[in-house]
Design a protein. Sequence first.
Length: 159
Amino acid sequence: MVQEPSNKRTVVFVDGQNLFHAAKEAFGYTYPNYDVLALAKAICQSQGWDLAQVRFYTGVPDYSDDAFWHAFWTNKIAHMGRLGIYTYHRSLRYRNKKVTLPDGTQYTFLSGSEKGTDVRIAIDVIRMAHRKAYDVALIFSEDEDFSEVAEEIRTIAQE
């Protein structure tokens, strides 16, 4: 039987847009003012884990689509990089969404969505497990697909 290490090296994987929407829903935040490094440190400290790395993933609107949010995320990502946080970002993809309003009329609008961010997180979690880069992978995301990644990590740990 494999013995657990006394000092558990932890890598934190953060889906930035998921974290923002969870904070918005839970606390009413309308602005992504979170500090992923402070969050990661607090969780690791409370569990007695050693924080090895924080990795942040997000979609960013192109400048031509939304200059304000493009600048915001570009600056926030640069700041995180200066703090030693690994960052990964992709351009948002836009498509028309249709909703039916309470009065029965339909409203169509452009909606930005991340494509490939969850896949990148999953690949990194599995790749780093194979390389034994961590003892604990802490994933901040509401995406249920990561349950499949957790199953794969358990298999890798058994090997």
